[in-house]
Design a protein around this ligand. Structure first.
Ligand code: 1CP
Length: 357
């Protein structure tokens, strides 16, 4: 049996090579807005059971690809698997989101953290990556991911989601050595985690710095940026055609695009508060760019979605000498459970059909 011809537009765009159309995938493309996701989750009993069972993680990873001609798959998992494997005990309180049984508030708490083994504690993630690659059979590339050190530390210190990040910001100001010790441990775990995902078959790697933007600039430059740069410098990517590009996504990373472009990462993911054309000009073609439609655009009717997608695509191309290469279309952040699958179909179709002015 011949393998079906693979769609590598996503990897080509990340390498800033010519592409016939701008590839598109969407953050949280597998999720509660899909009825088939809700059915699998109900069958699994919980989000964690689903994420920790490779067959179910594979099933939900593939669900959005069966509906829409997306150009990449993203591993179905969560960023909080790493702190869980370091010993914090992840659980989901009904209707409350993720929580940890134990938090990190002191140097002794940092020292008590475990060093997770990628083929024991986190084997379920690597097994999911291997299974998804097999099931995808080269149809589209698979993205692996991790939270950024700062973003993971937010959850580890706060014990769950937070409105104001009071505890970790107090630690940054009053006990910076403790926070740096935590970030040191987490950075090492993140690098090992991403490397293991690549070796298991992930073809691109994305770091989610979801909460970097809550920091004042001097604190971002002390507690988030240097660890992102360290990942970009130290993480092995492989060689030649097998090279897995690194995408640094950051919500609110607009002020730091020049510094992030100099990190050594192959691509930056940006939110919708910076125009793509401006981002392209400021990064000077040193990196590929991924983004950046406001997810709320998906609440608008299909014709408006198409207009806004065209605006973003044209804005990038105008700043890129008229060429679409070096751009991966995405939202500026993740999808929400109340979005309509038909509107996702309209967005993907609009991006693929776009041929520029
Ligand atoms: O009820 C459910 O089904 C659980 C909701 C859910 C989902 C669908 C959670 C809990 N995690 C996920 C999957 C997930 N998480 C993916 C899947 C791949 C994809 O399709 O994109 C990814 C990449 C993540 C990463 C993640 N988890 C981030 C970074 C990305 C982002 O959105 O900024 C963050 C911050 C988390 C933490 C998390 N996990 C889940 C929730 C509800 C949260 C947010 C908690 C909070 O801060 O309030």
């Amino acid at each position: 049996m011949n393998a079906p011809p693979g769609n590598d537009t996503f990897l080509r765009a990340l390498r800033r090579e010519p592409v016939p159309y701008t590839p598109v995938w969407l953050m949280r493309q597998a999720g509660r807005y899909l009825p088939e996701y809700r059915a699998t989750r109900a069958r699994a009993g919980s989000f964690l059971a689903m994420a920790k069972t490779p067959e179910l993680a594979c099933e939900v990873t593939l669900q959005p690809l069966a509906r829409f001609p997306l150009d990449a798959a993203i591993l179905f998992s969560d960023i909080l698997t790493v702190p869980d494997a370091m010993g914090l005990g992840l659980y989901f309180a009904e209707g409350e989101g993720p929580r940890f049984e134990r938090t990190v508030r002191s140097m002794a708490d940092v020292e008590a953290l475990g060093t997770p083994d990628m083929e024991t504690e986190l084997r379920y993630v690597m097994d999911a990556v291997r299974l998804i690659r097999r099931e995808l059979a080269g149809k589209v590339p698979l993205i692996g991911f991790s939270g950024s050190p700062w973003t993971l530390a937010c959850y580890m210190v706060e014990g769950g989601g937070s409105e104001n990040f009071a505890r970790i910001k107090a630690m940054a100001l009053e006990a910076p050595a403790t926070l740096h010790a935590l970030l040191r441990r987490v950075t090492d775990a993140v690098i090992a985690y991403l490397d293991a995902q690549r070796l298991a078959g992930a073809q691109a790697l994305q770091v989610f710095d979801t909460w970097g933007g809550v920091l004042a600039p001097h604190l971002y430059r002390e507690f988030s940026l240097p660890y992102l740069v360290e990942i970009a410098q130290r993480l092995p990517r492989g060689e030649g055609a097998a090279k897995a590009p690194l995408i640094l996504f950051g919500k609110g990373n607009g002020p730091y695009l020049e510094e992030l472009a100099a990190s050594g990462a192959e691509a930056l993911g940006i939110d919708w508060t910076v125009a793509l054309g401006e981002a392209r000009r400021r990064t000077g073609g040193r990196v590929a760019l991924q983004g950046n439609l406001d997810p709320a655009t998906l609440y608008a009717p299909p014709a408006v979605i198409a207009r806004e997608a065209a605006r973003a695509l044209d804005d990038y191309a105008a700043a890129n000498g008229g060429a679409r290469e070096g751009h991966v279309f995405n939202l500026g952040h993740g999808m929400s459970p109340d979005m309509a699958p038909e509107h996702v179909a309209a967005l993907v179709e609009a991006v693929h059909a776009h041929r520029g002015r």
